[in-house]
Ligand binder design. Structure first.
Ligand SMILES: C[S@@+](CC[C@H](N)C(=O)[O-])C[C@H]1O[C@@H](n2cnc3c(N)ncnc32)[C@H](O)[C@@H]1O
Length: 402
């Protein structure tokens, strides 16, 4: 069976020893990204952007936030009109990374409608201190609008009225990995091996827990799908998104009413749990390089996995959300005016040629179907008794204007 291995730093050795010599993959991913003393996000080691470890759409420049703002402003105007109780309007960015989107979105809303901006508060939900530090630094000069940092637990106690936004955060939630061997499913574990002065970590198999087993059976029954699908070979492995259902419940409780927009890589169930995809979608990023060996560079590498569309819908709807719709990023951004924006670059003065070329390149990357253009925009909404049939207009799902 294919085994992953990597060198084990002292601090991780202590963590694994404290747990008895083996931890689950889920535990490993949690430690690698979010361990307060050594995690890649927790310490702020990971840098998002062209010069960093990986790019995200907001980190490529302000065009992404400006295009997104067309939808956000329209939703905010609609919510403002329905706001019979005079509640503060909120935009909540969950997992804000370097804070690029927040700063550019505030500018875009200010440029389009200062009056709307004056009614708005921004709330950032960030679990990692190292990333929060970067966000506070980036946003320290923004004075036009209140910005708060809150946990989902705090928001659940004091829910807000507005928009929840989750861009490339669900792919950072630690996953379990399931492994198929001799007609049975197992859970992937990470084992410490000590050899003289060298410590290594290697993947191993552990029994499935009752909790994972129940979650897989529930999805199989509710979606009428076999898990695993098709004939699998021994060693086939994939991810199971064990944190997603509790996450949807928490965000549901954080909102009084409004939409939740998720933007992330996602695959249909049949493409995800397929015998040809024999090691899931998990991948590591460091200094713009992609690797499948996610046991190396612990604490300095991003680890991420795609989402499964049907399981995501299932968890969301069971938590109370209503599906608005879904499309690929390429289509969403065209609907919000990307083609016109590309066209307008032709009219920039010749001394701005360099800027025009950079923006053109960024805009094309945002819609490139082999990379960022393949992201899914998935929107849900929460209704409430004071306005049970919230009927939002959703510009990103409309046909692009040409
Ligand atoms: C891949 S980055 C995405 C950053 C940003 N949204 C972007 O697209 O540029 C993931 C971000 O989510 C944060 N994060 C990870 N787990 C989280 C959680 N459970 N709740 C909130 N933020 C989380 C990370 O610290 C990091 O800031």
């Amino acid at each position: 069976m294919y085994t992953l291995s990597g060198s084990c730093p002292k601090w991780l050795e202590q963590r694994i020893n404290a747990a008895g010599g083996i931890i689950s993959f889920h535990n490993y991913m949690e430690i690698a990204l979010n361990d307060p003393d050594h995690g890649a996000y927790a310490k702020g080691h990971l840098r998002i952007g062209r010069e960093g470890d990986f790019v995200t759409s907001p980190s490529l420049g302000s065009d992404f936030a400006q295009l997104l703002s067309v939808q956000i402003i329209d939703w905010l105007h609609q919510l403002d009109q329905l706001n019979v109780q005079g509640l503060p309007l909120s935009f909540v960015d969950i997992g804000p990374g370097e804070g690029d989107l927040v700063i550019d979105l505030i500018s875009a809303i200010d440029a389009a409608s200062p009056e709307l901006l004056s009614k708005l508060q921004f709330i950032l939900v960030e679990v990692n201190e190292g990333m929060e530090r970067k966000q506070r630094r980036k946003l320290k000069d923004v004075k036009k609008i209140p910005i708060y940092w809150r946990t989902l637990e705090e928001l659940s106690l004091n829910p807000v009225y507005g928009i929840l936004f989750a861009h490339e955060i669900l792919d950072a939630l630690p996953v379990e990995r399931i492994v198929y061997f001799k007609e049975k499913l197992y859970r992937q574990g990470i084992k410490l091996i000590k050899d003289k002065d060298k410590s290594t970590i290697v993947s191993t198999t552990l029994p499935l827990t009752q909790c994972i087993s129940n979650s897989i059976n529930d999805i199989a029954n509710e979606l009428q799908l076999e898990i695993p699908l098709d004939e699998l070979s021994d060693g086939w492995n994939s991810e199971w998104h064990i944190e997603l259902f509790p996450w949807f419940k928490k965000v549901f409780n954080s909102l009084i009413q409004g939409p939740l927009l998720i933007i992330d890589y996602a695959l249909e169930f049949r493409r995800y749990y397929n015998n040809k995809r024999n090691s899931g979608t998990i991948i590591g990023y460091k200094e713009q390089n992609v690797t499948s060996n996610i046991l190396n560079d612990v604490g300095y590498m991003d680890i991420t996995s795609h989402l499964c569309i049907e399981t995501l819908y299932n968890f969301a709807i069971k938590s109370g959300w209503h599906l608005i719709g879904e499309c690929r990023q390429g289509q969403a951004l065209l609907s919000l005016g990307l083609a016109q924006r590309l066209h307008s670059l032709q009219h920039l003065p010749s001394n701005e040629l360099k800027i025009a070329l950079e923006r053109r390149e960024a805009l094309l990357r945002l819609v490139d179907p082999t990379t960022l253009g393949d992201f899914r925009w998935i929107a849900f909404q929460k209704n409430n008794t004071f306005n049970d049939n919230l009927n939002l207009r959703n510009l990103f799902l409309e046909e692009p204007i040409v």
